[in-house]
Design a protein around this ligand. Structure first.
Ligand SMILES: [Zn+2]
Length: 191
């Protein structure tokens, strides 16, 4: 296992792959963000990249995004896979996907013509998250809690009112409305 950071690791099988640095940077920023602010136990493992994956678009001799080093698959989150704990795996996967979406990645079930794409909870992509990036420019690192994941703090699920546009106010323990002043004071706390 190769550590990119405490929150993102490369399986040995892909440790010598040449992977688009912008993609690795975005994944590292997303995973570090989750581990720092949402789930302090969060670890994602890249289990396929160029290696451990077919290099061609199915049924063609065209190199796929995997073959070009522009796509990775993540099939281990916090040490578990879909087979061992489907509910927890989906929850952790949703968290990573939402964080990447907040950085400009698109999760619509297809990556055709989409430079920064995710395939998740779609045919063939329930036991791993596929993330691709064909650009060479890293996205802006995440700055806010992704919507709907604000109920994870310190690895513990805390119950907040069912309003997805709220972010937690750590000082009071109460959720606050996601207006600009609340975001500013929240940013001051975490940055
Ligand atoms: Zn893939």
């Amino acid at each position: 296992m190769v550590n990119i950071s405490n929150s993102l690791k490369l399986d040995n099988v892909v440790s010598n792959d040449k992977i688009n640095p912008a993609l690795v940077t975005d994944l590292k920023n997303a995973c570090d963000y989750i581990r720092t602010h949402i789930r302090h136990d969060f670890v994602a493992i890249i289990t396929s990249a160029v290696s451990n994956h077919s290099k061609y678009v199915k049924g063609t001799n065209r190199l796929s995004r995997h073959g070009k080093g522009m796509a990775v698959d993540i099939s281990r989150l916090n040490g578990i896979g879909q087979g061992s704990n489907p509910k927890e795996f989906k929850e952790l996967g949703d968290l990573l996907v939402k964080t990447l979406v907040s950085m400009g990645y698109t999760n619509t079930g297809s990556e055709y013509n989409i430079p920064k794409a995710i395939l998740w909870q779609t045919k063939g992509h329930y036991n791993h998250i596929h993330v691709s990036n064909t650009t060479n420019i890293p996205s802006e690192a995440p700055r806010f809690f992704p919507k709907d994941s604000s109920n994870f703090v310190d690895g513990t699920r805390v119950v907040l009112p069912n309003q997805s546009n709220q972010i937690p106010n750590f000082a009071s323990g109460q959720p606050v409305l996601e207006d600009i002043s609340a975001i500013r004071s929240f940013m001051n706390k975490i940055l």
